[in-house]
Design a protein around this ligand. Sequence first.
Ligand SMILES: [Zn+2]
Length: 317
Amino acid sequence: MRYYIGIDLGGTNIAVGITNEYGDIIEKHSKKTNPEKPFEMLVSDIAKTAKETVCKAGLSMSDISAVGLGTPSCINPQTNLLVNANNLNWQNVPLYDELKKHFNVPVFIQNDAACAALGETIKGTASEYDDVVMVTLGTGVGGGIILNKRIFNGCDSMGAEIGHTKLVHNGLPCTCGQNGCFEAYASATALINQAKKAAKSNPESLMTKLCGGDLNEMNAKIPFDAEKQGDITAISVVDQYIDYLAAGISSLIVIFRPQIILLGGGISAEGDHLIEPLRKKLSDVTFSAKQIGIPEIAVATLGNDAGIIGAAMLCRQ
Ligand SMILES: [Zn+2]
């Protein structure tokens, strides 16, 4: 049996899993990251955590065939440098070369959202499918595109930036410096802003009460909670939010025609309550939906394990 190390490197946590060749996690371990640490020390911490996890699994490094790592950026194949991981204050760092110093096996690095989509396609909700688009609705909008069970991210791995596709010409400002991005309308941050604005104009809304009277306490669950209780303002906020979501996802369907769209991130916890109206709207606004329907829409199920499994399975790409 071959074994692999999968590492999900976030701004606050290093999550490491050891998988077998089928992508089953046999051991996992996570540790706090300190983004203030010098780059080389942080990479050394990552390697140490990975090796400790190998021991915990009852294996030795000679059992490990490859190491995969997912991080919110990508390696520019022209420079071999990690382009930009804001949450770790890393810009153009030699992550690949530095990791290679710690391991005698092949090392693979990929965008974390692409790893999560791959993990879901190998072991999660989308394991029956080959062509999958995953959209993560969190602080931003992330995502991964899997075509024929392989990650697609374009030239220099700089594509598949689902959150920064254009939804509204000259629209709201986005964190990337552009305007009108999908993320500026469909992220949890966007929903919170939409709910705050609506509750400010309609202070009698149940959303105001659920915030304890302080709109700064608004979160992405409150509009859904108030909507379920029949609050008129929340109903219109959620309806408009799902309109935006449907508009963005319909473009992805038209371009890729995946067999399934997977939703991840905090907002996907709304489950069928989100998916049912989304499906209806997609049937109305998607090209050729009347003739051929729309792909299956489902919630990703692996949570944080998706990123670990996807990273571990990068060597099979
Ligand atoms: Zn953007």
